[in-house]
Design a protein around this ligand. Sequence first.
Ligand code: SF4
Length: 351
Amino acid sequence: MSQPSKGQKIVKNPPIKDVRGLQAAMEKWFSHEGRQYPWRETEDGYEILVSEIMLQQTQVATVLKRGYYKRWLERFPDVQTLANADEDLVLRAWEGLGYYSRARNLQKAARHIMEVHNGVFPRSLAEIEALPGVGQYTAGAVASFAFDAAAAAVDANIARVLTRWCDFRERIDTTYARKQLMAWAGSLVPDAGGRIWNSALMELGQHVCKSGSVACQKCPAASWCRAKDPLLLPIKKKRKAQVAVEEHVLLASRSDRILLEQEVGRRRRGLWKLPVRSIEEIPDDSSVSKQQYTITRYRVTMFIHELQNVVARENERWFRFEELAELPMPSPYRRVVVDYLAGREKAMKSQ
Ligand code: SF4
């Protein structure tokens, strides 16, 4: 990341006239247009933190429509329950959302709150930012949404809106741009509280001032916005191209058991998956099918080799079929296992 050069001073105030008028227009618009989400109907710091962490790399529709948020709060309704839960249960509840370090960090944050704050969710921005897995954006979001603090929170949506309002034509993935946008966000947030303001900014970025389209004619901020060519903003470094890779996994069963391997890597540590082998280790006559999935910038073609008489290696274990539902397992492998068990059951019924 580049540091501000001599010519790139951080300017506290954005180039916007009549900030009060903008604040009032946004608030009025949000009172009519703001969507109802469960995390907008609570002032519980823990519930808001859960929503923010879930939404970091997952879309609202997935978190809501597939029931992740609701299920999580039913299973771990408060900080204490999450702090005391088995890690396996925590990872299982997160299954399908990916980026499992988020679930681990949530549990670490819950344990931190139990140990340092006697189980009471902290209110100050600094204390919230000190929670494991919580960065500057998340701390600002939680402090403003839960406690109505006048805290800035700059996520991708808000960064895009600010960039356009200010016609900011610098690359935004630099330290300088991050600091500049934070400074503007901080000076725009109303002293009276940031809950409505930050929610309205996010809403504008999600539904009006989007990355691929803008609806300026129905934008409450149009009179204040300086963007000349909004769709060219924000300026970002080009994304790295997707990389195609192959993965060979075993679907090895033995009477009522299946062989699984426990992940030791950082991203999915502790989760169970189909055992991975190099192509050289796979017998030529194995029955093979394939599926594709994407993880970060990798487009993975997974070859699934159905084999008998496999010997378990280190980090591998035979699990009874009925144990599988409780095991945390990344989605691509879960789909294969579920299909396999369904096919097996169908075959047995037709015998
Ligand atoms: S006027 Fe257009 S470009 Fe400016 S904030 Fe509104 S939608 Fe975005």
